[in-house]
Design a binder for this molecule. Structure first.
Ligand code: ACO
Length: 323
């Protein structure tokens, strides 16, 4: 059977680093409060010339280099983002053009922080359905542009960045030993729409709007939703937490990551954490974390890796892959 196999990963971060202490004086907060409640110590913030498209392009080029490929080898780009350069056209098409690609096709996916998990699942279906052979899956965000910088309960949590992965069609026997995407589980429930949203939009206010969140409500639902969808993925693949080599969760809050891993019985040393360095970069957080763990030699060929995310909507999901 056809499997969607990881061929390369890459990342890109804005030049400017903003430390927790840099918020002191802007809003009533402290390095200690932010670090203790979230695990975040710093985040990258995009300059005017750094956009979702430019960061996405840089991450895509890094992933292509890592894969030993060029844009000519790609036939589909799926970009997960909630902060596109324009309402339309899709920022994926902008990235396609920046890469000098005038063949194939490209589109955006919007599932907020779950965007990359949804995008990997979508790319896998295009590959297994025979519509694409090599797909660039990108998560790129500039959440700094939709933050209310006077709201201390949200502005300290998010950062900008991009991560990318090249998936390519490969052969598999159909079992758990195959390389590539092995199982996935996706969920959404719009009943939670008002707990995490942006208060603007093309069809309503005609403005971009700002991020609004009932943090405590999101926190309350997060661990249960995350663990449910991961258990569904484990059971679809016929594995347990012990079989995993790496758990690469959405990087929103260290307390959510720790509580989820504890509930699932995933050992602490198997959890990849980058929230301290990047903050919550929404759809970019999982591919950024993957890219860090590949670059530092933790994730190696043959490893069993679980990615997971939960975000606005709510949307949530998990994908199991063998590297
Ligand atoms: N600095 C200092 N105090 C603050 C800050 C801040 N930056 N922000 C809020 N506070 C205050 C609050 O006003 C509140 O004060 P009060 O008790 O006088 O009213 C107090 O701190 C406690 O606030 P809580 O919201 O109860 O704090 P909590 O421990 O829940 O932590 C947090 C807040 C970090 C937001 C937490 O709820 C959380 O992480 N929630 C999940 C958020 C998340 O993961 N969101 C992303 C989802 S992914 C996506 O799709 C974007």
């Amino acid at each position: 059977m056809i499997r969607s196999v990881v061929r390369g990963t890459g990342a890109a971060l804005p030049r400017r680093i903003m430390k927790n202490a840099d918020f002191e004086g802007m809003v009533e907060t402290s390095d200690e409060w932010i670090a203790q409640r979230t695990g975040i110590r710093q985040r990258h913030i995009a300059a005017d010339d750094e956009t979702t498209a430019s960061l996405g392009e840089a991450a895509a080029r890094a992933a292509l280099d890592n894969a030993g490929l060029t844009p000519a080898d790609i036939d589909l780009i799926v970009l997960a983002t909630s902060t596109p350069n324009n309402t339309f056209p899709a920022t994926a098409v902008d990235i396609q053009n920046r890469l000098g690609m005038h063949h194939g096709f490209a589109f955006d996916m919007q599932a907020v922080c779950s965007g990359f998990v949804y995008a990997v699942t979508t790319a896998d279906l295009y590959i297994r359905g025979g519509l694409a052979k090599r797909v660039l899956v990108i998560g790129s965000e500039t959440f700094s542009r939709i933050l209310d910088w006077s709201d201390r309960s949200t502005c300290v949590l998010f950062g900008d960045g991009a991560g990318a992965m090249v998936l390519e069609a490969g052969e598999g026997a159909g079992g758990i030993e195959d390389h590539g995407v092995l199982a996935a589980s996706l969920r959404s429930d719009g009943a939670h729409k008002d707990k995490l949203f942006v208060d603007g939009g093309a069809s309503t206010t005609g403005t971009v709007g700002h991020l609004r969140m009932e943090g405590r409500e999101v926190f309350k639902h997060a661990v249960g939703m995350i663990t449910d969808v991961i258990e569904a993925t484990f059971s679809a693949a016929g594995i347990t937490a012990e079989d995993l080599d790496w758990f690469v969760p959405h990087q929103a809050n260290k307390r959510i990551i720790d509580a989820s891993a504890r509930k699932l019985g995933i050992a602490e040393q198997k959890v990849v954490v980058t929230v301290d360095l990047h903050g919550n970069t929404s759809a970019a957080s999982v591919p950024l974390a993957l890219s860090v763990a590949v670059a530092d030699g933790r994730i190696k060929k043959g490893d069993l890796v679980l990615i997971e995310a939960m975000g606005g909507g709510f949307t949530w999901g998990a994908v199991l892959l063998r590297w």
